[in-house]
Design a binder for this molecule. Sequence first.
Ligand code: PXL
Length: 271
Amino acid sequence: MTRLNRALTIAGSDTSGGAGMEADLKTFEELGVYGMTALTCIVTMDPLTWEHNVTPIGLDIVEKQLKTIIEGIGINAMKTGMLGSAALVELVAHTIDKYQLPNVVIDPVMVCKGSTAVMVPEAAEAIKELLVKRCDIITPNTVEAAYLTGMAKVETIADIKEAANRLHAMGAKHVVIKGGERMLGDEAVDIFTDGETFNEMASKKLKNAYNHGAGCTYSAAVTAGLANGLSMQAAVCQAKAFVTAALKHSFELNNFSGATNHTAYKKFGVL
Ligand code: PXL
């Protein structure tokens, strides 16, 4: 009998389908992992302006979802996405401790494209205090890395390495910082560290790629790799390849947004 490895995402729904738990489930599926969700909020968009609106799910319902999945089924790995309140971050920290959850991937989602301050500052502060030290890996972009470390800017490879060192010193067992398109220069460089050595993963910046959902997809791919028993470094390398393919084959959704293509890695590989 086939038995798929299991992964949990604690994340919001992106109704437009490109990011959030939709991106996570699509990525888990493509990488052969059985996905489950504890939904934290529902993000909707105004069809005329694409302005985002966030409707939170009650804390008690999130707790029930976590119980269903963790006590009722069991997981091989987990990730977080949009956690809209400090109370929810506290629940996630408590849950990691209570069940001694394996392969904890923290994606410190703070803002999402197309809107500002989706996430309240106190929730971001709680991630810094409670989740950085509980994770097996944290996957910030450069904006999130600057916030979490208190650095004024994270723009160059030297800045990214400094931020990665600081996050490791704050208790994250592994760190991957996604330089992405925000970096100076024409390469998207991601830096991975286990606290001892650095691994630089560079790809050419893709012009005109739609990148909505790229961050969620990245952390979901790391989670899927870990659920399937890959080493941390192998899971991160696979995630970089998965996202690069998804960006290369990204497509327009409407006048406001386009999505990364979750089917691309399996369909086309990395060319
Ligand atoms: O890309 C960040 C993100 C995460 N989670 C949800 C989102 C978004 C951005 O739109 O909607 C649910």
